[in-house]
Design a protein around this ligand. Structure first.
Ligand code: SAH
Ligand code: AVI
Length: 330
């Protein structure tokens, strides 16, 4: 390709950078201060998340992998022939590999993620591991409408949403997400979802306060990202990782606490922090089998099956979408 043509095809600066700036400034000007958890996942954040999944204290990943390995054949039987499997927030795609190996009837796999490099790298790995499978990565925010590529629009669809990423939504947002997913997957569509369960407070606490400090780095990376991408001047040493279980709300809360009174500049705007003031960066809701089943039912889905581990730390659900216009909120 001639050099000039290559220059003309260079991508624009990251298209979502204006949105990122607007979201960050809106969150930091709010009272209490917040930042959207989806912004954890730049390249550095995705790598830190992968390190979290390998920590001895972070039980969800290995527990869910165990459930999927044990019940892969049962789950595979629920997936329609020649279907497209759409994974929301695919990350390393490790869990999808287990299902894809057990379900050769899946014709196309569509990992959807906002973390661009990881998404495309993992899609390449899957293409090597499953040469007959169409692997179609979609870089998109799964909370916004996104187009399915034409080659899969005619295929029956199944959804996959592991990792308890659904727990990072407020329950009413989870309901909206499930309704939208129903529209994407269609009447009778199957949705496989992983959900972290309520358990002993000490186990939950340790999972988000690991001894090696990887979760703290993951949390602080959101400030580092603001410095890198928006020219912010956060001093990371002046903020502390706080994570605790809020039993009343049944959620782990993650915050970044300012260790002193300070000012931070981002894109020419000054944000003031009181000593001890926090930025609320993430919620991770923990459900019971009963409470998640109720949420799914209230969002237009029926529970076809659910599987858990011997400790009942984590559950994997197979939901089926019932398209009932009177209840679907259209
Ligand atoms: N499914 C994997 C990864 C879970 S981590 C697993 O179970 O291990 C959450 C993933 O969702 C990350 O890869 C992150 O980049 C992605 N993600 C978070 N918010 C997102 C959003 N709004 N839209 C698309 N992807 C998102
Ligand atoms: C992706 N999500 C389900 C993780 C969780 O446990 O809520 C993100 C995470 N935050 C801290 N550790 C892991």
């Amino acid at each position: 390709m001639p050099a000039l043509a290559r220059v003309a095809l260079l991508p624009e600066p990251h298209p979502s950078s204006a949105t990122f700036a607007a979201d960050v400034l809106a969150g930091l000007k709010a009272e209490p201060k917040t930042l959207p958890a989806k912004y954890f996942y730049d390249h550095a954040g995705s790598r830190l998340f992968e390190r979290i999944t390998e920590l001895p204290e972070y039980y969800p990943t290995r527990t869910e992998l165990g459930i999927l390995e044990q019940h892969a054949a049962d789950i595979a039987r629920l997936l329609p022939p020649e279907c497209a499997m759409i994974e929301f927030g695919s990350g390393s795609c490790k869990k999808a590999s287990i299902l894809l190996r057990a379900a050769p009837q899946v014709a196309a796999y569509l990992p959807v993620d906002i973390s661009s490099e990881v998404l495309h790298h993992e899609a390449d790995v899957l293409r090597r591991d499953f040469p007959k499978l169409a692997v179609v990565p979609l870089e998109a925010d799964f909370c916004q409408p996104f187009e399915l590529p034409p080659e899969v629009t005619m295929l029956p669809r199944a959804g996959f949403f592991p990792g308890s990423t659904i727990g990072n939504f407020e329950p009413h947002e989870a309901c909206t997400f499930l309704r939208n997913a129903g529209r994407i997957l269609g009447p009778g569509g199957i949705f496989i979802i992983g959900v972290d369960l309520v358990k002993d407070r000490a186990i939950l606490h340790a999972a988000y306060n690991d001894a090696a400090g990887v979760t703290a780095k993951f949390n602080l990376n959101i400030l580092a990202r603001i410095n890198r991408e928006l020219g912010g001047n956060f001093h990371l040493k002046c903020f502390e990782h706080h994570a605790f279980f809020n039993r009343e709300r049944s959620r782990i809360e993650m915050h970044l606490a300012s260790i002193k009174r300070q000012k931070v500049k981002i894109r020419g705007e000054t944000i003031e922090f009181r000593s001890g003031e926090t930025i609320h960066t993430e919620n991770s809701y923990k459900y019971t089998i009963k409470s998640f089943s109720a949420l799914a039912r209230g969002s237009g889905w029926t529970v076809r099956a659910s599987w858990t581990d011997p400790n009942k730390y984590f559950a994997v659900y197979a939901l089926r979408y019932q398209d009932e216009p009177s209840r679907s909120g259209r």
